[in-house]
Design a protein around this ligand. Sequence first.
Ligand SMILES: NC(=O)C1=CN([C@@H]2O[C@H](COP(=O)(O)OP(=O)(O)OC[C@H]3O[C@@H](n4cnc5c(N)ncnc54)[C@H](O)[C@@H]3O)[C@@H](O)[C@H]2O)C=CC1
Ligand SMILES: O=P(O)(O)OC[C@H]1O[C@](O)(CO)[C@@H](O)[C@@H]1O
Length: 376
Amino acid sequence: MIAVHFGAGNIGRGFIGKLLADSGYETVFVDINEALIDAINEKQSYNVYYAEQEKRSFNVSAIRGLHSVKDEEEIIDVIIHADLVTTAVGAHILPHIAPLIAKGLTQRVSQSEQPLNVIACENAIGGSDQLKSAVAEHLDNQTTDTVERLIGFPNAAVDRIVPDQNQENLLDVLVEPFFEWAVDKKSIKGSIPPVQDVHFVEDLEAYIERKLFTVNTGHALAAYHGYQAGKQTIQDALLDQKVKEKVLQGLKETGRLICEKHGFDPDDHQLYIEKIIERFTNPYLTDEVTRVARQPVKKLGYNERLVSPVRQLMARNVVPEGLLNGIVAALRYDFPEDSEAVELQEKIQSYGVKKAFSQISGLEENGQIVEEISAK
Ligand SMILES: NC(=O)C1=CN([C@@H]2O[C@H](COP(=O)(O)OP(=O)(O)OC[C@H]3O[C@@H](n4cnc5c(N)ncnc54)[C@H](O)[C@@H]3O)[C@@H](O)[C@H]2O)C=CC1
Ligand SMILES: O=P(O)(O)OC[C@H]1O[C@](O)(CO)[C@@H](O)[C@@H]1O
């Protein structure tokens, strides 16, 4: 079994690559980072370490690497023969890898009727749908119909905290022991050769909103409030009671939405929140506030972890003060090494908070949410 995985970064190697190897796949990593690809081809294996007292280690082998620009022909060839295609590049990168995936799929469907599934493992609602739309822009009409018939783009929710790495061996990855990978059952074409521990679910929206609005919203709140409080790591941020209370306030608000909308049991959801706070504070991980806060422009988007639950709660006549305060903290994020933080601050300087936030979030400039934010 051959899997092509785009993005040999933290999640690519530390999560998806490990599960694919555990399931008996040969994994072809595609990445734009030449040093990573060279190391994969030279070493042909790496270790995944668990952030826990025992520090269990797992060897990942049967891997090779291809460079997304230099090895285009080989990537197309491997897509023709693949049993599964996955990505973990960042949702904003999906449009950049779409042309290459489109070329691979065009050649594949012209010579084979074998179905294939392409799963975007990104922190985004409808990540695979986004990739499918981007791929469709590079297909001719006839190929679009055949791709529609043979190629599935099931959405997925992926959950594992993999911080930035500081390993001696470039490829090794330290990850939290917990992980969850849920894939939308209904969009699968043909079948996916088994991948260990993947859940195929009927109602992905409930899973993904529960995950995104708890793990990612909670992490974002800890990062933006932690940054304002001068904390270096998420672990330190959550040791500050004031920051922790702000995180818990926001999670209480998203919890209300998730339970009301998707019917999760409030007591079970409270345990889910507690488990997540425990994961954030894992003492065997060092997770920089600036990693979790990265790309504030993306994170303030319309369907993202802060604005989406605020929109949905306001539509239910609830004013979520904790989440609104989280947005305010995000709008103040000015880490100079994050190009989106620089862009955000420049926008605010040029247009003022109201207009800048409205442009970034896609919310109406004179709407209630933008008014609430600018009044804070
Ligand atoms: N790190 C984490 O804890 C989690 C991350 N995620 C999601 O997983 C995705 C990846 O995140 P990370 O692995 O943390 O990021 P990362 O930055 O470690 O990995 C991304 C990889 O994509 C590669 N890449 C960028 N442009 C490319 C291109 N045009 N072609 C091929 N490869 C390209 C980069 O070189 C890098 O190796 C994101 O969508 C993130 O939201 C989801 C759950 C947890
Ligand atoms: O910033 P992105 O692209 O969402 O990816 C990093 C994310 O990974 C996580 O650590 C775990 O999902 C998030 O909380 C964090 O925001």
